[in-house]
Design a protein around this ligand. Structure first.
Ligand code: 9UX
Length: 72
């Protein structure tokens, strides 16, 4: 069963940032699909909620140097 987490990510300014966020998140076991919108900063993550939670995803993005929070 998959869950979806929508994040607001600040600090991505180029296509390379998008690639970093995408590759980082897709390498995490329990994350199935990642869609990044560079213009809006919205990051949509499909994941197994039993394996990875929103806080884990936020921490991974923050470790790359971006600001991340739940999309409101
Ligand atoms: Mo290039 Mo995107 O240094 O932050 S990866 S602008």
């Amino acid at each position: 069963e998959l869950g979806t987490t929508l994040l607001a990510v600040k600090g991505m300014t180029c296509a390379s940032c998008v690639g970093s966020v995408q590759r980082c998140l897709e390498s995490i076991s329990g994350i199935n699909e990642v869609q990044v919108n560079l213009v809006s900063g919205q990051v949509k993550v499909a994941h197994d909620p039993g394996a990875v939670g929103p806080r884990d995803i936020i921490r991974a993005v923050e470790n790359l140097g971006y600001e991340a929070s739940i999309w409101k």
